[in-house]
Each structure stands twice: as C-alpha cells, then as structure tokens.
Write a protein that binds this ligand. Structure first.
Ligand code: UT7
Length: 319
C-alpha cells in the first residue's frame, strides 16, 4: 500500500500587506532592508474574525475539490499548527466539525515550521499500514497573533495562511521516501515561551529568535535532510524536478539549493508574497506551483521543512 497526493488547496487571508504598509503602521524598518535580507515583499495578515481552523477549512475545501472527494470520505485528519484556535480541543477536531466529517481520527501535530512535513509523514505511515485510506493533512498558522510588533527583527518575517493536501491509498507511490529529525537542545533559539497558568499568561508569549543561529541551522538541516531523503529513495538531488523548501527567507533557500547542487530554476519560491507562514509555508508553495502549471503529474517533488524545536523533515514524492 502506498500514499499518493490526490488534491492540494490553500488559503491566504485578506489582502497582501506590503513592506511599505508595515512602515506606515509604525514598524521601524524599510522595504529595502526586508527585501534584501529576506526576499519578502508582502504577507497576508488574519483579520479579527479569522481563525486557524477557518483558514484550514478553506484550504481543505479546495484540496477536497481538487481531489474530487467528499469530506465524509476522510478517515484521518491531521493538522499541523502552532497557533491553534484554543488550548483545547485540537484544531483538527474543530476543522472536522466544520467539514461535517464524523468518525475520522483527528489530531494536531506541533512541530512549528517543520509541522506540515511531520504531519505528512505521520499520515503516510497510517496509509501505508493499511489502517487508513483517505487522509487530510493541513498546515495552518496565524503567527501574527504571537508577534511582538515592536520587535522588528521578527515581526516583518511572518504571515498567516493555510495549505492542505488530500492523501489517498494507491497501488504505486506516491511518496517515495521520507525522513525527519529533531534536536531539542536548540529549543532556545526560536521560541514563544509563554504559557496559560491560572487564567494568566506566564512568561513571554511572543516569537523570539536568534536569527543568525536559526539561519545557519536551517541551511544545514534543509540540505542534509534533502540528501538523506534522496539517498533512501536512490534518486540523486539532480533527479528532482522541483525542490519545495520551507519558505522563511530566500537566502536560506538559495544557500540550501547551492549545497544540493541545484539551480534556482528547480526551486519553488513563494516567500516573497506571503512571508514565513510557519506550518502553512510548504503546502502554500506546493499549491502555487501546481496552479501556475510548474508542478505536473509524474514529476518528482522534494518537500522539506525546518522549524523551532528544532524540527526538520523531508518527503520525496512522485506527484
Ligand atoms: O522558520 C524559521 C524562522 N526563522 C527564520 O528563518 C529566520 C532566519 N534568520 C534570518 O532570516 C536572518 O537572520 C534575519 C532576516 C532574521 C536577519 O538577517 P541578518 O542578516 O542576520 O541581520 P542581523 O540580525 O545581523 O541584523 C543586522 C542589522 C542589525 O542592525 P545593527 O546592529 O547592524 O545596527 C539589526 O538591528 O539589521 C537590523 N535589523 C533591521 N533593520 C531594519 C533587524 N531587523 C530589521 C528590520 N529592519 N526589520
């Protein structure tokens, strides 16, 4: 039994907010700095009424449409998020309720920007075991709610969104190989270290980051995991049609591609128009590349993510 992508969908809230708009809103930055250091030109920010489960719902609806599948057919729902609607119940159950599905196993994965790839790997294992046949895998985050808008070193980097993939059982792959790791000794370089206690937030609930440490670690993790995944599938990086890496910073993406010996015309970059959307970043980029015709059926795609934890992982698949 193998797992194959049956449909992909995405959702970005509201209208794009350009770098200049952040300056006008009072952030001490410039369009030139953000564009040169990160490649980001705009991001989408959730409105008051938006929820993570709501963005996940829109992306899921589109993925189910693309797969020609009804929500009632799903037997597994996995949502990767770091910004759930509530402490509990899980966002996957809230999404399930909105979709009108009853009975599927539904749970969240918390691996921050590595979350979507983690969730895809988990869902693939369920399908390969034969226990489940139709899985919805979602990456959704409203990071803007945990940003300190006075901290220009972080607030300009992130955006909100959701991406979803329907994974179905198939006789042939599908997913060819996967790999994922974590190293908790790095938990301090990127964190929102607050908690709800006794009705109050204790600690610092905002995203804090040692940018340069994260940058170096991200390039190493993304290049090593891509090589590991390719090696286990017996396919060299040059045999990949498209690399779809976590969209945090175009310089991280370029350095990763260089280490893998790939030219940028084989790499999907969408960070320019939505910034770092955490768990949504990889499926948003996959969705964009499918819709603009770059990613086509039969091609070999390498998806990879890295995030706080530190967590990182990759999935090599035939689309
Ligand atoms: O999912 C993973 C999440 N995180 C990431 O992927 C982030 C990884 N790291 C990065 O992308 C980069 O480290 C950053 C884009 C965050 C920063 O780039 P950098 O080249 O490492 O800059 P820096 O932190 O060394 O800061 C250079 C200067 C500093 O000024 P001084 O001390 O040299 O005078 C900062 O204060 O840039 C200043 N700076 C800014 N200036 C204008 C920092 N943020 C801003 C800003 N606008 N938004």
């Amino acid at each position: 039994m193998h797992a194959r992508i049956a449909g992909v969908g995405a959702c970005l809230p509201g209208s794009p907010v350009g770098n200049g708009d952040l300056v006008r809103r009072g952030v001490d930055t410039t369009d030139e700095w953000i564009a040169a250091r990160t490649g980001i030109r705009a991001r989408h920010l959730a409105g008051e009424g938006d929820t993570t489960s709501g963005l996940a719902f829109e992306a899921s609806r589109r993925a189910l449409d693309a797969a020609g599948m009804a929500a009632s057919e799903l037997d597994l729902i996995v949502v990767a998020t770091t910004t759930p609607d509530f402490i509990f119940p899980g966002t996957a159950c809230l999404l399930q309720g909105r979709l009108g599905n009853v009975g599927a196993m539904a749970f969240d994965v918390q691996a921050v920007c590595g979350g979507f790839v983690y969730a895809l790997i988990v869902a693939e294992k369920f399908i390969r075991s034969g226990s489940h046949k139709k899985a919805l895998v979602v990456g959704a985050d409203i990071v803007s709610r945990i940003l300190d808008w006075r901290d220009r070193a972080t607030c300009v980097l992130f955006g909100d969104g959701a991406g979803a993939v329907v994974l179905g059982a198939a006789d042939s792959p599908g997913i060819l190989s996967s790999a994922a790791h974590a190293d908790g000794s790095w938990h301090g370089i990127l964190a929102a270290a607050g908690q709800a206690r006794g009705g109050r937030i204790v600690g610092d609930p905002f995203v804090r980051m040692d940018g340069q440490a994260v940058f170096k670690l991200a390039v190493r993790a993304l290049s090593e995991i891509a090589s590991e995944c390719c090696e286990s599938a017996g396919i060299p990086p040059s045999g990949i049609d498209w690399l779809i890496p976590h969209q945090a910073n175009v310089r991280i993406i370029e350095s990763t591609a260089k280490k893998l010996g790939l030219t940028m015309d084989k790499v999907v970059v969408t960070v320019d128009h939505h910034g770092n959307t955490s768990a949504a970043s990889v499926p948003l980029a996959l969705d964009a590349a499918i819709r603009d015709g770059r990613v086509r059926r039969g091609q070999k795609i390498l998806l990879e993510g890295v995030g706080a934890g530190v967590t990182w992982g990759a999935v090599l698949l035939e689309f």
